[in-house]
Design a protein around this ligand. Structure first.
Ligand code: GRF
Length: 210
């Protein structure tokens, strides 16, 4: 069974969706860089081990990442799931977990990498928005996309309503992508290729609510 660690910084609604999905893998630990993150409560309520590793306690990014890395090794983790983890990871850490670490981002990547995606979608006047689960690589929000949730932007939408509606999609596409990794439907080969049902994945699997 695949052993999963989830890295969080905030509310953890995606963590909750992963817990509720009864994955065929096991979430064995949750790491937060924020001691007050509500995600830690969710983990405790589900009987999952937690670790608080405060980035502020370490002199630099690498030192912080080394402690996280050691915790993941101690838990003997196979898959790292970033769920609202608000720290940029060092190149060394990303390399160590390449092909074994996924993230969810609130935009239809490759559009709108980085922050404030909902407002940027509104500013541009896009009519379609969504979210993406992708492998994590050294370049921010640029690893191969696995699943996407796609929805329409409504005329009355603001950044908050968009964030709320994108969250609903996140809670569908993240557990699905993680389950596909757990049961081997999605595979990351040693050559760096992503396979879906044994065939190269040429574009993300999309879930549309249009
Ligand atoms: C989500 O919007 C996700 O796309 C982004 O961070 C947010 C986390 O929300 N990476 P939550 O903590 O899972 O509720």
């Amino acid at each position: 069974m695949i052993k999963i660690a989830v890295l969080v910084s905030g509310s953890g609604s995606n963590l909750q969706a992963l817990i509720d999905a009864n994955l065929s893998g096991q979430i064995i630990g949750v790491i937060s860089n924020k001691p007050g993150a509500y995600a830690l409560e969710r983990a405790k309520n589900a009987g999952i081990a937690t670790a608080i590793i405060e980035h502020k306690q370490y002199p630099n990014r690498e030192a912080f990442d080394d402690v996280m890395h050691q915790q993941l090794l101690d838990w003997d983790v196979d898959l790292v799931v970033l769920a609202g983890f608000m720290r940029i990871l060092s190149a060394k850490f990303v390399k160590a977990w390449e092909g074994k670490m996924v993230n969810i981002h609130p935009s239809l990547l490759p559009q709108y990498k980085g922050m404030h995606t909902h407002q940027r979608v509104l500013n541009t006047g896009d009519v379609i928005h969504g979210c993406t689960v992708h492998y994590v690589t050294a370049e921010l929000d640029a690893g191969q996309a696995l699943t996407q949730g796609v929805m329409k932007v409504r005329v009355q939408d603001d950044a908050i309503s968009l964030a709320n509606r994108v969250h609903v999609l996140e809670h569908i596409i993240y557990p699905q992508a993680v389950e596909w990794i757990c049961n081997g439907t999605l595979q990351h080969t040693s050559q760096g290729q992503v396979l879906y049902k044994g065939q190269p994945l040429v574009e993300p699997i999309q879930f549309c609510k249009l």
